[in-house]
Write a protein that binds this ligand. Structure first.
Ligand SMILES: NC(=O)c1ccc[n+]([C@@H]2O[C@H](COP(=O)([O-])OP(=O)(O)OC[C@H]3O[C@@H](n4cnc5c(N)ncnc54)[C@H](O)[C@@H]3O)[C@@H](O)[C@H]2O)c1
Length: 362
C-alpha cells in the first residue's frame, strides 16, 4: 500500500434482497480487510439501510420517503440486489434501484466483462484468445425512462392496451457516447462499438447513431463501428476478440452485459458501477446479478461480482493500488480453484471470501 495520509470514506450499504445480503457482507469484509491492512491510512465507515422487499412488507415503500436525502452525502453506495416474490418486480426495481440511479443522475453504468483464470468459459475461443471488454450502458433514459401508460379504454376488440416509450435526448446520448470514447482512450485497444436497433426504431436510435457519428469525429485515434443489437449478440459469441468498449442504450446494454457475464462463466462474476461522473451525487456499485431467489440464504452464491464492484468503488475513490490488490486477489483465488458451484466448484461464499482476503497481502 502506498497511501500515507488518513482518508475516511462513508459508504451507504443497501443489501436489499436475497443474495444481496450475502454478497454485500462478503464485499464489506474484503474492504474492511483492505482498511485493516492500510496501517490506519484508510477507513471505511459503513451505514447499512434496511430497504428492500421486507421493508416494503412493513411500510408499503421500498425505501424511506426521504431516502435520496439520507443517501446524498455519502461518498458511495454499495448495493446488493433487489427483487423478491412478495413484491411485483416492476415495483421493487422502480422503488429502489431505479429511484437511486435516476435520482442521482448515475448516467453511466460501467460493466466490465472479465475472463478469470481457473474459470471455464462456455466460449471455446476463451481458451486461447485474450478476451476483455467493457459494456457501457446509458443508465437514466432510453427504454427505462418509465414513459407510457396502461389500460386505455375504448378499444374493445384489442382488450387492454399498454404503451412503453423509450426516451432519447441528444444530451443523454452525447454524454454516454463521449464517456465511452474517453474510456476507450485508456485501454490497450482503442475502439468503441456503438449498438442500436436503428433499422427498426427510427427515431430515438437514429438520433443515437447521428450523435455517435458526430462525436466520433473528435476521436480520430479511436476505431469505431456501429452494430445492430441482434448482430452484436452474435458477435459477443463468435468474434468477442474484436470488442473493447461497447456502448448501448439502457435495455440493450442490460441484456448484452448479462450475455457477457454468462460467457465469462457466470452471472455471479460480473461487477458494475453506476456513475454520476460529475460527482454531484454519490455513485452506486453493485454486482450485475439479481437477488437469485433460487439459491438465496444457502451460503453458496458467488461473491466475486460484488467484490469486483467494491474494487470499482475504490477506483472511483482514487484508490487505484487497493483496487488492483482486490483484482489480483480475485484472480489468484479463482486460479487456485476456490470456486462456488455456479462456476464448477464446491466452495461456499464464505470460503471464497476468506481465500480472497488471505491473498490481499500476497
Ligand atoms: N440489479 C438488480 O437488483 C437486479 C438485477 C436483475 C434482476 N433483479 C431481480 O432479481 C430477481 C431474480 O431475477 P432473475 O432470476 O431473473 O436474475 P438473477 O440474476 O437473480 O438470477 C439468474 C440466475 O443466475 C444465478 N445467480 C445470480 N447471482 C448469482 C451469484 N452471485 N452466484 C451464483 N449464481 C447466481 C441465479 O441462481 C439464477 O439461476 C427478480 O426479482 C429480478 O427483478 C434485480
Amino acid at each position: 500500500m502506498t497511501q500515507s495520509t488518513s482518508r475516511v470514506f462513508r459508504i451507504a450499504a443497501i443489501p436489499a434482497d436475497g443474495v444481496g445480503h450475502e454478497v454485500v457482507a462478503a464485499g464489506r469484509q474484503v474492504l474492511d480487510a483492505i482498511a485493516a491492512d492500510s496501517r490506519q491510512s484508510l477507513e471505511f465507515q459503513w451505514q447499512e439501510f434496511p430497504w428492500g422487499s421486507e421493508y416494503y412488507e412493513q411500510t408499503g415503500r421500498m425505501m424511506a420517503e426521504d431516502g435520496l436525502e439520507q443517501l446524498k452525502d455519502f461518498d458511495a453506495i454499495y448495493f446488493g440486489a433487489v427483487g423478491w416474490a412478495n413484491v411485483p418486480d416492476h415495483i421493487s426495481l422502480w422503488g429502489l434501484r431505479l429511484t437511486i440511479c435516476q435520482g442521482f443522475d448515475q448516467w453511466a453504468n460501467v460493466r466490465p466483462v472479465s475472463f478469470l483464470p481457473g474459470i471455464v468459459s462456455p466460449l471455446r475461443k476463451a481458451d486461447d484468445t485474450d478476451l476483455d471488454w467493457v459494456v457501457v450502458r446509458e443508465n437514466t433514459e432510453g427504454e427505462y425512462a418509465g414513459f407510457g401508460g396502461r389500460n386505455f379504454g375504448g378499444r374493445v376488440d384489442l382488450g387492454e392496451i399498454a404503451t412503453q416509450s423509450a426516451v432519447f435526448t441528444e444530451v443523454g446520448c452525447e454524454r454516454i457516447i463521449r464517456f465511452a470514447f474517453e474510456l476507450a482512450r485508456t485501454r490497450t485497444r482503442k475502439k468503441v462499438s456503438s449498438v442500436t436497433k436503428s433499422n427498426a426504431q427510427q427515431y430515438g436510435m437514429v438520433l443515437w447513431d447521428d450523435v455517435f457519428k458526430r462525436v466520433a469525429q473528435e476521436y480520430p485515434d479511436v476505431e469505431i463501428e456501429s452494430v445492430l443489437v441482434d448482430a452484436m449478440a452474435a458477435k459477443f459469441v463468435l468474434r468477442p476478440e474484436e470488442l473493447s468498449v461497447v456502448v448501448a442504450s439502457n435495455l440493450n446494454a442490460d441484456i448484452l452485459s448479462d450475455l457477457g457475464s454468462a460467457l465469462a462463466g457466470s452471472l455471479g462474476l460480473a461487477a458494475s458501477a453506476n456513475l454520476n461522473p460529475e460527482r454531484r451525487f454519490p455513485s452506486m456499485f453493485e454486482p450485475v446479478h439479481g437477488s437469485a431467489p433460487d439459491i438465496a440464504g444457502q451460503g453458496i452464491c458467488n461473491p466475486v461480482g460484488a467484490i469486483g464492484s467494491a474494487a470499482l468503488m475504490l477506483e472511483h475513490f482514487g484508490l487505484h493500488d487497493e483496487a488492483k490488490t482486490i483484482q489480483r486477489a480475485i484472480e489468484t483465488t479463482c486460479a487456485q480453484g476456490v470456486l462456488t458451484r455456479d462456476v464448477g466448484g464446491t466452495a461456499s461464499t464464505e470460503d471464497v471470501t476468506a481465500a480472497l482476503i488471505s491473498h490481499l497481502s500476497d
